[in-house]
Ligand binder design. Sequence first.
Ligand SMILES: Nc1ncnc2c1ncn2[C@@H]1O[C@H](COP(=O)(O)OP(=O)(O)O)[C@@H](O)[C@H]1O
Ligand SMILES: [Mg+2]
Length: 339
Amino acid sequence: MAKAQTIIDEEVLDEIEEPKKRKKTKEVTNETLTFLESLNGIGPTTRKRLEDAGFGSKESIALATRAQLTEISGIAEKTATLLIREARAQFDLGLKKGISYQEAAKKRIKLQSGSSVFDELLGGGFESGSITELAGENGCGKTQIVHQLAVNCINQLKKDVVWIDTEGTFRFNRIKEMAEDLGLDHEHVLERITIGRAYNSEHQMALTEEAITMTPNIGLVIVDSLMSNFRNEFAGRGTLAERQQLIGKHLAFITKQAEIMNFVAVVTNQVAAKPDAMFFGDPNRPVGGNVVGHTVTTRIMIRKGKGEKRTATLTKNPELPDGKIEFAVIAEGIRDYKG
Ligand SMILES: Nc1ncnc2c1ncn2[C@@H]1O[C@H](COP(=O)(O)OP(=O)(O)O)[C@@H](O)[C@H]1O
Ligand SMILES: [Mg+2]
């Protein structure tokens, strides 16, 4: 029994139009059904409209924006939203030829940081299609960096920003200062940033999924900070396994969407003292254990120096050498450190 095809999110079944034609218990045994045919809630009229508009496949819907689906095929906005959500959830990352990786790599975008040496450390900037982690102590400048990246995303990529704020540290005023320094209309910039203030881990995961699904033309997804809610809620050792499982799920969702939609994903992270390395190297390590350490593609450690001076150390990336640079956090944003 091809059960997977019949089990569609109840929410989708309930919301998608033409509910009269839906047969909840219908078994789908035909493996060749298209994505649209496999959704019981999508009637023939809607299906034809979508197919005629070039949205017959799961891939085309997963990569479409809500506006495209409603404008080109004329379907309801709610249906479009649910279809996109379902298509993205089902998107299968099946077998591919090596050459397709070369094609994907060509499409990867490098989002600039504001500091040219910082960008060089990252081979040109923060890369789309995977997660980059910024880790460091309180006040080292992680939140400043993501403010600058948000402004740069709109300026350089002309794309929208999703910002999941778990500590209430988003500051529209910093966006204004950084935008104005680049000669941008700050209201236009703020208009393109969707902020989800997440009060607990469940809220954080739900808001992330909702914001990514609902925002057309995403260039950057920020989670600032990744672990604070999880650390507050799952304090005891007994709940650690559950916590790690949820974080894994959270990061897997972001990774998958970043790959499919080719946006830049940046998460910030706290650090805790390593019990085993008191005397050598950096005494701190990012929290979240192996789940975070293995899932992020790029890991950057940020350290505070004197005044505006900061250092960034690249400690993990599959194709770049490790390295360390100096940069500055100033009123205008992130810049090269001039000494
Ligand atoms: N307007 C500003 N001008 C210059 N430096 C600033 C400004 N705002 C914040 N900073 C610097 O950024 C620091 C806060 O960094 P933040 O990004 O909030 O740290 P983190 O998120 O790593 O805890 C401040 O202590 C200050 O050094
Ligand atoms: Mg912060």
